[in-house]
Design a protein around this ligand. Structure first.
Ligand code: GDP
Ligand code: MG
Length: 843
């Protein structure tokens, strides 16, 4: 009966482990899971892939199980047997059997052995060590590479084939350690412990071994199979340092390979090594124990003893590791071991040992452990590493640094760089933008001539081409912006900016570290909000999340360019630059306000990292630009297209009302007259033509005013009239909540149907818009004060839906998302009002 069950499970392709096999059955070993020392020990006992195992005794729920392998009798714990994947020896199907291994038994008896061709490989390492570069190099992916911490905040996955192995790669966020001080570190650690990767690639900045190896010591404690990627080896060579890798591998038991991630050097050697380690073929790989000193080791042993008492202890995580973590006062580990039947006793023993150690050594156990780790590193390096002796002189990098982060020069230079960035974004973007504009207009007129009059033509020409085309025009600006952002990241300047801002940020009770997510917000607020995960202190993190939406994201840039370009053609670059500065100022002031009221917590100490300056690679910049361009185009084919169609529909229907009918009969009358009058009465003809076009415009206006969207707009109008906005602007702002570009596509659709405006760009349409009703009737809508107010409003009011969702997700509460919506919108209104009034005094 049980045997049948076994076969049934096999048919369903379920994973069978040695634990499930009945007494009397025989199986072939497929794969050995678990930590590396277990794998090594078990393979030394003869449990290797492809070998046959006969189960002698397997009493349900009773340890141990007895096996026979290569003539030996061996007993294993049930928990250990669960780590050994097997396939059945008997195969009742008629499948051809293919196997080229070294097995000596009758082929007929054997089921096809699944080749060990799927590997789970993860990247861990300090931020900025080059994980993503190597990840991209092997997978051909284009993930974002940046020269500052916190770029990778989520695990990125990719699949790749390498030498007949299907490798699943995971790029984890960069961390300096695996003691869960921040959500990042906890995330990485949990991934390593729970996802059971086959091999962990520990990417190390080899030009900075001492600091990078700290994380490595923790991997050693975890006892998982690691390959070291000694990355940035070009820097080591350049400095002229010497590192005896062979010796290092020997003493640490960790295979290591030199790489230069950004230039794809050593990637193949690295993955050859990964496969060797996965197949347990690397002779150097072994598990070592870091020596924590007599007292600590004694305590570790005491806790281990207690853990071993538990009969339900699953041996996939090392007991030494658990003990160390407990002695390190790590709360999260309490959870991890809570499944042990004697979990409480284990914690008790650990606490007793902590007390003993702290009384004895007069030091916190954390310090003892950290010191021992650095001792290990220093020792390992002393034997293997020789820094080139140089006379101390200021390197080029240091000289630049002194200027860029100088007390008096740093901040002005930062502003100057920002100004240059936005000025060029606007100026250089204008030419290709004009070409696209011409192209869009041309396509519009082609469709206009091709299609016969009616709703379909109007939908395509006014709705889709008018809406999406209006946004498409800004593609060059976006690409240029990201070119600059990419340069700032790659050179290492971004990290300096955080450094420059550190003092300012301290004034408002935040770290310079918080400034990096803020700057990332220039690209898109959503990943910026996710990047706050690098902040250790929860209240700092929340505060940073709440102020990020005031940073001008790249979706707001097109709105700036459109409005500033139309109304301030001479000084558009400076206007745009000021908007960015205003955003920074508002976020800082908001932080100050919140810090004084809601978030009164103290700041946590931390060390500011300054990566060395690097020459940016063109490849990285182009890759960055290309991926942003793709994103932008995707957005256009998706949300912006749909929003345009919906806005068009709402503005197109209903088609008629009494007034329109009246105008139309008038129009018919004029047309009749036009036909009758002959050419000698030129004046009359001209008059008639004039009133014809006037009537057409009136019909258009009346129709829009009465459309669904017009009604909606009229509902909003009283709210925004004080700032000088009309209903069309109001509707655009509302639809802009979907995504900020939709502000433009909505204006594009609303202004497209205007017959008098054929073949002209949205910019011209904006300059031409006049108030249709009220006392301002006939005067331009977009005066300078109104334009400025609109810019301010777009900068501050509700971020897009994606950002609201991100705030909710990262803060864990709807409360904060709602807070942001209410706060941002009311602040936007108030400031826009003030701006329009104050600017009214000047213009
Ligand atoms: P991650 O934070 O660990 O993912 O690191 P990234 O892959 O984003 O790389 C950080 C920076 O280091 C980028 O500017 C890379 O171009 C650069 N970089 C990566 N590998 C190397 C290398 O081997 N040598 C040098 N000189 N730079 C590298
Ligand atoms: Mg990365």
């Amino acid at each position: 009966m049980k045997c049948l069950l076994f076969l049934a499970r096999l048919k369903n392709n379920e994973l069978i482990t040695l634990k499930d096999v009945e007494a009397g059955e025989s199986v072939i070993i497929q794969k050995i899971n678990g930590r590396s020392s277990f794998r090594r020990r078990i393979s030394e006992m003869g449990f290797v892939r492809g070998k046959q195992v006969d189960v002698l005794k397997n009493a349900p729920f009773k340890d141990p199980i007895e096996y026979q392998i290569m003539g030996y009798n061996i007993s294993l714990r049930r928990s250990e047997a669960a780590l050994i994947e097997v396939v059945s020896l008997e195969d009742n199907s008629d499948n051809e059997i293919i196997y080229n291994g070294t097995l000596s038994f009758n082929k007929k008896e054997m089921k096809e052995l699944r080749p060990l061709n799927e590997l789970k490989v993860v990247f861990v390492g300090n931020p900025n060590s080059g994980k993503t570069s190597i990840f991209n190099a092997i997978s051909g992916r284009q993930e974002h590479v940046g020269n500052y911490s916190g770029v990778t905040v989520d695990a990125k996955k990719a699949k790749t084939d390498y030498n007949n192995y299907a490798i699943e790669l995971t790029d984890l966020p960069g961390t300096y350690s695996l003691s869960p001080n921040s959500p990042d570190e906890l995330f990485v650690r949990d991934h390593l412990l729970k996802a059971h990767p086959d091999v962990v690639i520990n990417v190390i900045d080899a030009s900075n071994l001492e600091r990078n190896l700290y994380l490595t010591t923790q991997l050693i404690d975890m006892d998982i199979p690691v390959v070291l990627a000694l990355n940035m080896y070009d820097e080591v060579d350049k400095k002229g340092d010497s590192f005896d890798i062979e010796q290092f591998v020997k003493i640490t038991g960790m295979p290591a390979v030199k790489t230069v991630g950004s230039k794809r050097v050593g990637i193949h050697q690295l993955f050859d090594k990964v496969i060797e380690v996965a197949e347990n073929n690397d002779p150097n790989q072994r598990h070592i124990h870091i020596n924590y000193g007599v007292e600590l080791e004694q305590s570790i042993n005491k806790v281990q003893q207690e853990i071993w008492k538990a009969s339900n202890y699953i041996r996939d995580i090392s007991s030494r590791y658990f003990s160390l973590r407990l002695l390190d006062n790590d709360e999260h580990t309490h959870k991890n071991i809570s499944y042990l039947e004697n979990a409480e006793a284990v914690v008790e023993v650990a606490n007793k040992e902590i007390n003993r150690l702290e009384n004895l050594c007069k030091e916190k156990t954390q310090t003892l452990i950290t010191n021992a780790r650095y001792g290990f590193i220093t020792g390992a390096l002393k034997e293997t590493f020789k820094a080139k002796k140089t006379k101390r002189q200021h390197s080029f990098s240091e000289k630049i640094d002194n200027i860029l982060t100088g007390k008096y020069t740093g901040f002005p230079l930062f502003l100057l760089i920002l100004w240059i960035m936005f000025q060029s974004t606007f100026t250089f973007g204008a030419y290709p933008a004009d070409w696209i504009d011409i192209g869009v207009n041309w396509i519009g007129s082609v469709f206009g001539n091709l299609l016969s009059d009616g709703p379909v033509k109007d939908l395509i020409v006014d709705g889709i081409i008018g809406g999406v085309g209006g946004v498409l025009v800004f593609l060059p600006n976006i690409v240029i912006l990201f070119f600059f952002i990419s340069l700032m990241e790659d050179t290492g300047y971004m990290a300096r900016v955080a450094f420059i801002m550190d003092k300012l940020m301290h004034l408002i009770g935040l770290h310079g570290k918080s400034f990096i997510p803020l700057i990332m917000g220039f690209g898109c607020n959503v990943p910026a909000i996710m990047a706050t995960r690098t902040l250790e202190n929860r209240s700092d993190r929340l505060l940073t999340i709440l102020i990020i939406p005031f940073m001008t994201c790249s979706a707001r840039l097109p709105v700036y360019i459109l409005i500033a370009g139309a109304i301030f053609p001479e000084t558009a670059g400076t206007v745009i630059f000021s908007m960015y500065l205003a955003g920074i100022a508002i976020s800082i002031l908001t932080a100050l306000l919140l810090k004084k009221t809601i978030f009164k917590a103290k700041e946590a100490p931390f060390v500011m990292e300054l990566p060395p300056y690097r020459i940016p690679t063109l490849r990285s910049a182009i890759r960055h630009m290309w991926s942003k361009a793709k994103e932008y185009l995707k957005k256009m084919g998706g949300v912006i297209l749909w929003a345009s169609i919906i806005v068009w529909f709402l503005s197109y229907f209903p088609r008629t009302n009494e007034n329109i009918e009246l105008y139309q009969s008038e129009l018919a009358r004029i047309e009749l007259q036009l036909n009758e009058t002959n050419s000698d009465s030129l004046n009359t003809t001209q008059d008639l033509l004039l009133s014809e076009s006037e009537l057409n415009f009136k019909i258009y206006e009346e129709q829009q005013y009465n459309s669904y969207i017009g009604k909606l707009g009229r509902g909003i109008e009283p709210l925004i009239r004080p700032i000088g906005f009309d209903w069309k602007i109001g509707v655009s702002l509302v639809s802009g909540i979907i995504a900020k570009e939709v502000v433009i596509s909505t204006l594009g659709v609303l202004y497209a149907g205007d017959e008098s405006a054929d073949d002209s760009s949205l910019r011209d349409a904006i300059q031409r818009q006049k108030h249709a009703q009220g006392e301002l009737k006939g005067t331009p809508i977009y005066t300078k004060p109104t334009a400025l107010a609109l810019l301010v409003f777009v900068l501050i009011y509700v971020p897009c839906i994606a950002v609201i969702a991100a705030i909710r997700r990262e803060s864990g509460k709807w409360k904060w998302a709602l807070f942001n919506v209410v706060y941002a919108t009311s602040l936007a209104w108030v400031l826009a009002y003030i701006v329009s009034k104050v600017a009214g005094l000047f213009f």
